[in-house]
Design a protein around this ligand. Structure first.
Ligand code: ADP
Length: 549
C-alpha cells in the first residue's frame, strides 16, 4: 500500500471531516479512493462514495447526477442529510474558495464549517474530500481541513501504463516496437516525475515522432519530461558536464560527499543507513558553492533539479504553497536525484516581515517538515551567500546533515583552482607555447592572489589569455601577473561582510577547506590563520569549525 493510501485510510478511520487533495490527476485519485472506501480491512467501516461536480451534481451509488444537487450549497445540504457511512468527493471547490481573482463564497465557507462540526459528531462515519488542481484554502477553514499530497505515479504505475500502450500499439502494427523488459524499465524510469496523462502523451509523442518505440526513445522521453517540468516554471533540469575535478580545493566537503557516494544504493539501505538529507553550503560569494552543487550530480550520477524560490513565490501559475508542494512531489517522483536550492536566503530570509498573510511562513513550514521527515532519496543542496537572512529553524539539527562554510581559498586551494582553470584553457599548443603549468608557477600565482575568490582567479586566467590573444602570441607568465595586478578582489572592498560571515560560521558551520590545506596558508610570507596581515585583518582569520572528514 502506498504512503498516500495509508495516510488517507488513517484520516478516514480517524473520521477527519474535511480532506483536501491537490492534484491534476482527478481520474487516478478517484480510482484510489474508490478502492479504499470499500476495503473494510483498511478503513474499518466500508463507505458509500459520491462524487460532486458543478456540471453533474452528485453521482454514485445509484445517483446519476441531478439538477437539484448541482448548486454547491444544495449539495452540502444533501450531504448533511445523508445518514449512511460515506465519502463525498467534491471536485474543483477551489473556485468557491477565492481562486485567482474570484471572490470567496462566504456563505458556502460558513456552511462547510458548520458541516465539519456535524460530520465529526455524526453517528455514521462521513467525510468530505476536496479534489482540485489548485490549493486554495480560505483561512477560516484551515483548522478544519487536512491537506493530503497525492504522490505522482510510481515506477510500477508508469510501467503498467507503458505495457498497456505497447500491447495496444503492437496489435495495430503501425508502430515498430522493439523493447526488452530492461528497455521498458528504462523508458518508464525516464518518465518518472510526470503525471500518468503526461507520461502517456510523452510515450505517444515519441512513437508519433519516430514511428517506433525502442530503447533509443529514452532520450525523447527525457526531453519531453524536461519540457513539461520546465513549463511549470519552478523546477529546472540542469544539465552540467562539471565534475569534482573542476572544483579546486574544498577537500573537506568533497570527502564528506564522497563518503556518501553509494548511499543511494539498496546495499546502503540494507546496511541500515538512511538516505542523506542534504547539505547547506554557505560562504563568500564566488568561491564555488554553485559549482560544487552542480558537480555533486555528476559525482553521484544523479539528475540535478534546480528549484527557483523566487518563482515559487512569484510564479505565474499556482499559489506559492501549491508550487512548493508540487516541486517536492516532482523531486520525490524523480528520486534518486539532487535538488539544488540556489540562494535559499532570498526565498526564506526575512520571514515574518512581509505582510503576506503568513503565506511565506506556511511555504517555509511545508519545506521544513518535508526536510525533517523526508525518507525519499532526494539530496537537497541549499546554497546561501547572505547568512544574516537565514531563518534559525533552517539551521536546527534534523534538517540538513551538515552545514558547510566556504571561505576565501587558502594558498593551497588557490594553487588548485589555478591548476583547474589553466589546464582547462591551455589545450592548444599555439596558445600555450613554452608556458608550463608547474608547481612553481602555481605557487607564484597563488602568492600574488591572496584574498581572491575562485571566480576572480578564473577571471585572472581569462584576462591573462586576452593579453596574449590581443598581441597574437602564445601566453606568458607575466600576462597573468599583469591581469592580477589590475584586479581589486572582493575581499578588499567587502572586508566587513566577510569578517561577519566568518564569525557566524565559526559557531554554526564546518569548514569546507581540509585542515591540511589551511596549514600552509601562505608559505614563505609568514601569514598564518592566526596572524592577520596588519591593516587587512580579513585575510588571516578563517571561518568554520575544522573537522577532518
Ligand atoms: P558561488 O556559488 O559560491 O557564488 P560559483 O560557484 O558561482 O560561486 O563560482 C563562479 C565561478 O568561479 C565558477 O563557475 C568557477 O568557474 C569559478 N570558481 C569558483 N570557485 C571555484 C573553485 N573552488 N574551483 C574552481 N573554480 C571555481
Amino acid at each position: 500500500m502506498s504512503r498516500f493510501d495509508l495516510q488517507l485510510a488513517s484520516l478516514l478511520k480517524a473520521r477527519f471531516p474535511l480532506i483536501y487533495i491537490p492534484t491534476w490527476e482527478e481520474e487516478r485519485v478517484l480510482e484510489v479512493i474508490k478502492g479504499l472506501v470499500k476495503d473494510a480491512r483498511r478503513i474499518r467501516t466500508p463507505r458509500k462514495m459520491f462524487v460532486w461536480t458543478a456540471t453533474e451534481g452528485i453521482r454514485g451509488e445509484g445517483m446519476s447526477g441531478s439538477e437539484e444537487t448541482r448548486p454547491p450549497l444544495k449539495a452540502l445540504e444533501w450531504i448533511r442529510k445523508f445518514q449512511e457511512p460515506s465519502v463525498f468527493v467534491l471536485c474543483d471547490f477551489h473556485v468557491y474558495f477565492g481562486a485567482g481573482s474570484a471572490r470567496p463564497d462566504h456563505l458556502l465557507i460558513r456552511k462547510l464549517r458548520d458541516l465539519a462540526a456535524e460530520l465529526k459528531r455524526s453517528v455514521s462515519p462521513k467525510s468530505i474530500i476536496f479534489v482540485s488542481p489548485l490549493t486554495v484554502l480560505p483561512d477560516e477553514l484551515r483548522k478544519d481541513v487536512t491537506l493530503l499530497d497525492f504522490a505522482l505515479p510510481t515506477f510500477e504505475d508508469i510501467l503498467a501504463l507503458l505495457t498497456d500502450m505497447v500491447r495496444v500499439n503492437s496489435k495495430s502494427g503501425r508502430i515498430t516496437i522493439s523493447l526488452t523488459e530492461e528497455d521498458k524499465e528504462r523508458l518508464a524510469k525516464a518518465a518518472l516525475g510526470l503525471t500518468l496523462k503526461e507520461a502517456e502523451n510523452a510515450f505517444a509523442r515519441a512513437m508519433a515522432q519516430t514511428g517506433r518505440l525502442t530503447a533509443d526513445e529514452v532520450d525523447v522521453i527525457h526531453e519531453e519530461k524536461r519540457q513539461i517540468i520546465q513549463k511549470t516554471g519552478i523546477l529546472e533540469f540542469v544539465s552540467s558536464n562539471l565534475d569534482m575535478n573542476d572544483v579546486g580545493g574544498l577537500e573537506n566537503l568533497k570527502r564528506w560527499l564522497k563518503k556518501r557516494s553509494n548511499s543511494w544504493l539498496e546495499s546502503a539501505r540494507r546496511y541500515g543507513l538512511p538516505a542523506p538529507k542534504g547539505v547547506l553550503i554557505t560562504g563568500v560569494p564566488g568561491c564555488g558553492k554553485s559549482l560544487i552543487a552542480k558537480s555533486i550530480s555528476a559525482m553521484w550520477h544523479l539528475p540535478l533539479l534546480r528549484m527557483d524560490l523566487g518563482r515559487i513565490f512569484h510564479g505565474i501559475v499556482g499559489s506559492s504553497e501549491e508550487n512548493m508542494r508540487q516541486s517536492i512531489r516532482t523531486a520525490e517522483a524523480i528520486a534518486p536525484c539532487v535538488l539544488w536550492i540556489d540562494e535559499i536566503e532570498k526565498g526564506f530570509g526575512g520571514l515574518g516581515i512581509g505582510g503576506d498573510g503568513g503565506v511565506s511562513a506556511r511555504v517555509f513550514g511545508t519545506f521544513l517538515t518535508w526536510m525533517q521527515e523526508k525518507t525519499s532519496p532526494v539530496f537537497v543542496v541549499a546554497t546561501a551567500n547572505n547568512i544574516d537572512r537565514l531563518p534559525p529553524e533552517l539551521l536546527r539539527k534534523g534538517r540538513f546533515d551538515e552545514i558547510f562554510f566556504v571561505d576565501l581559498p587558502t594558498h593551497r586551494e588557490r594553487k588548485d583552482i589555478f591548476s583547474v582553470h589553466l589546464r582547462k584553457r591551455l589545450q592548444d599548443p599555439k596558445v600555450t607555447g613554452s608556458f608550463q603549468v608547474t608547481e612553481e608557477v602555481l605557487d607564484h600565482l597563488a602568492r600574488l592572489t591572496e584574498g581572491f575568490v575562485g571566480a576572480e582567479l578564473e577571471q585572472a586566467v581569462i584576462a591573462g589569455l586576452f593579453e596574449a590573444f590581443s598581441e597574437e602570441r602564445s601566453v606568458r607568465l607575466d600576462d597573468f601577473e599583469k591581469a592580477i595586478r589590475q584586479m581589486v578582489p572582493l575581499s578588499v572592498t567587502q572586508a566587513e561582510q566577510i569578517r561577519a560571515i566568518r564569525e557566524w560560521a565559526n559557531v554554526r558551520a564546518v569548514a569546507a577547506t581540509a585542515p591540511e590545506d589551511m596549514k600552509d596558508y601562505a608559505p614563505g610570507q609568514g601569514i598564518s590563520p592566526t596572524a592577520p596581515v596588519p591593516g587587512e585583518d580579513v585575510r588571516g582569520i578563517r571561518g568554520g569549525r575544522t573537522i577532518d572528514f
